[in-house]
Design a protein around this ligand. Structure first.
Ligand SMILES: [Zn+2]
Ligand SMILES: [Zn+2]
Length: 496
C-alpha cells in the first residue's frame, strides 16, 4: 500500500521530508542530545581565531583543497542589466554602513544560534532569539506563524514623507526575505543555517535603514522558515499563504568554494521517500521457513537501487539508509524501513526516476513476500533563480566587492526554497566561505567553518548585495516589472 503525504500532514510526517546539500533525514528527538553534545565539543574552536586548517581556494565542485584549481576555475560574468540607472552610491553606502554598525551584534546572534543547534521543527531557541531580536529592531513580529510552532514573520513598512510620496507613483511593494534556522542531527550547524538566519536579519535591517534614510516607501517581510534540512517548512508556509504578499523573495546559503565567489545554481529537485517492509518473524535456526524476512526485503531493495544507479544520468542521485527495529541475529526480522532521497535536475525528470526507484522497492516486496508501505513526502523543486534578479545581484556584488558569480549547474543540492522560486520571482545565491579539505556542507568540519569570523564577513558581503537588490525591488517599479515579466515568461514556458 502506498500513501501520499499531503502538505497539511507535513508536520506529522516531518521525517519523511528532506532537503539541502546532502542526504540526512531528520531523526528527530532521538538525536537532539547528540546534537547538543556536538555543539559543546566544537564551541571552543568556533570562538577561536581563524584556525590554521582554514584555507581559501577550493575547487568549486570537488571541494578538494588544491590551490592549483583556482586558476582553472571558470565563472560567468553576467552582462550588466543595462536599461536602468542602478542604485545610487549613497544607498549602497547606507547599506554597507548599517551592516558594519550591526556586524558585532549580528555575529553574536549567529554564534548564539550556532551554540544552540536544533533540528527540524524544534528550532525553539532560534525562534525566540530571532523574534526578540527583530522586535527590538522595530519590526512587527508574528511568532509561531501560520500554525507552525517555530515559524515566524517580521514586518517593517516605511511610509515616506509627503514630499517624497508625491515624487513616486504611490505604488508600494513588498520584498520577502528568508531566515533558515535548523541544524543537522549529531553534527550541529553543519549547513550554516546560523549564517542564513543572521543573513536574513542583516538583509532586512539594511533595507530598513536605506528606506528610512532615503525616505523611500516599501515593506520588508522576513520569514523565519523552519525545517529546511528535513520537513519542508517553506512548502507548508507557501501552502498557507506566507509568500502571497511578496513581490519577490531573496535569501542566501553558504557553501565551500573559492574566495569571493557566489553561485546562482539550479540545483536539483528532490523526492523524499520512506518505505516500510512488514514480514513475519521466526526462529532463524529452528523454523526459518515460517518467516518473511523484512531485512532481506530491505537489502534486495538496496541492492536493486545500487544496480539502477549505474543506469541513471550523472546529474541524478538516489541515496538512502536502512533502519531496523530490535534486530537480533537469531530472530528473522519482521520489520525494516528504508529512508531514501531521489534527486534529478528538474521536477519533471524526478517524476520519471521516482517510478524506477519505486519498482525496486516493489520488486523487493515481491521477492520476499513482505508487505510494503510507501510514504512519499512533498517534493522539493529545483531552484529557478529569477534571471533579472540574478543579473542585478551579480552586478551589485561585482561592483561592491569584485565578487564573481557562477551560473553553471554543477552543484547537486536541493532546498525547499526551490518551491518558492516556482511561486514567485526569487533568488537564492550560494556563496563561498573558507573551509578545510573535504569539509564541505554536512560535515563536522563545515560546522566549525561556519562559526569563523571569515564566514561571517563573507555572509555580510552577500547580505549587502541582497539588501541592495531588495531595495531596488522596492524603489524601482520598472525593474520590478521586468523581474515579474521574466518570471511570467518562464512560467509560460518561454524563458529559462
Ligand atoms: Zn544542508
Ligand atoms: Zn542548508
Amino acid at each position: 500500500m502506498s500513501q501520499q503525504v499531503s502538505p497539511k500532514n507535513v508536520v506529522d510526517n516531518a521525517d519523511v521530508q528532506a532537503g539541502c546539500w546532502t542526504t540526512l533525514f531528520g531523526l528527530r528527538k532521538r538525536y537532539a542530545s547528540r546534537t547538543a553534545k556536538a555543539a559543546q565539543l566544537t564551541r571552543q574552536e568556533g570562538d577561536a581565531e581563524l584556525p590554521s586548517y582554514v584555507h581559501y581556494g577550493h575547487g568549486w565542485y570537488d571541494f578538494n583543497y588544491d590551490k592549483s584549481t583556482i586558476g582553472s576555475f571558470q565563472t560567468e560574468i553576467l552582462p550588466e542589466y543595462s536599461e536602468d540607472q542602478g542604485i545610487s552610491p549613497e544607498v549602497l553606502q547606507t547599506i554597507q554602513a548599517e551592516l558594519k554598525d550591526l556586524s558585532a551584534e549580528l555575529r553574536e546572534l549567529s554564534l548564539d544560534i550556532w551554540h544552540h543547534p536544533e533540528i527540524m521543527y524544534e528550532e525553539k531557541y532560534a525562534h525566540d532569539r530571532l523574534t526578540k531580536f527583530m522586535t527590538s529592531h522595530g519590526f512587527k513580529v508574528t511568532p509561531h506563524y501560520l500554525g507552525l510552532e517555530t515559524a515566524w514573520r517580521a514586518e517593517f513598512t516605511h511610509r515616506p514623507s509627503e514630499k517624497h510620496r508625491n515624487a513616486n507613483t504611490g505604488e508600494t511593494r513588498v520584498i520577502g526575505v528568508n531566515s533558515e534556522m535548523d541544524a543537522l542531527p549529531g553534527i550541529g550547524h553543519a549547513c550554516g543555517h546560523n549564517l542564513i538566519a543572521m543573513s536574513g536579519v542583516a538583509v532586512s535591517l539594511a533595507i530598513k535603514a536605506a528606506l528610512q534614510k532615503h525616505d523611500m516607501p516599501g515593506t520588508i517581510l522576513l520569514l523565519g522558515t523552519p525545517a529546511e534540512e528535513a520537513g519542508g517548512g517553506k512548502i507548508t508556509l507557501l501552502e498557507r499563504g506566507a509568500y502571497k504578499e511578496m513581490d519577490a523573495c531573496i535569501m542566501s546559503h553558504p557553501t565551500a568554494g573559492p574566495d569571493n565567489i557566489s553561485g546562482l545554481w539550479q540545483g536539483a529537485a528532490l523526492q523524499p521517500i520512506e518505505v516500510e517492509f512488514y514480514g513475519h518473524g521466526a526462529h532463524a535456526g529452528y523454523a526459518p521457513w515460517e518467516a518473511q524476512n523484512a531485512l532481506d526485503a530491505a537489502f534486495v531493495a538496496y541492492a536493486s537501487i545500487s544496480a539502477l544507479r549505474q543506469q541513471i544520468k550523472p546529474d541524478c542521485r538516489v541515496h538512502g539508509i536502512i533502519v531496523g527495529r530490535e534486530w537480533v541475529p537469531n530472530i528473522i526480522p519482521d520489520y525494516a524501513k528504508l529512508r531514501y532521497m531521489i534527486r534529478a535536475p528538474t521536477y519533471q525528470e524526478l517524476d520519471a526516476l521516482r517510478e524506477r526507484v519505486r519498482a525496486c522497492f516493489d520488486a523487493a516486496a515481491l521477492a520476499t513476500a513482505c508487505k510494503i508501505e510507501v510514504a512519499v513526502g512533498a517534493p522539493y523543486y529545483e531552484v529557478r533563480n529569477n534571471q533579472v534578479l540574478g543579473r542585478e545581484y551579480a552586478r551589485l556584488v561585482s561592483d561592491m566587492y569584485g565578487m564573481r558569480t557562477d551560473r553553471s549547474n554543477g552543484a547537486i543540492y536541493s532546498t525547499d526554497f526551490g518551491n518558492v522560486t516556482y511561486a514567485l520571482p526569487a533568488l537564492h545565491p550560494a556563496y563561498a566561505i573558507p573551509t578545510e579539505p573535504n569539509g564541505a556542507n554536512h560535515t563536522p568540519q563545515f560546522t566549525k567553518s561556519v562559526a569563523t569570523q571569515e564566514a561571517h564577513e563573507a555572509t555580510l558581503k552577500v547580505a549587502a548585495g541582497l539588501a541592495a537588490l531588495g531595495f531596488k525591488v522596492l524603489q524601482d517599479a520598472d525593474f520590478t516589472a521586468k523581474v515579474k515579466k521574466s518570471f511570467d515568461e518562464w512560467k509560460a514556458g518561454k524563458g529559462v
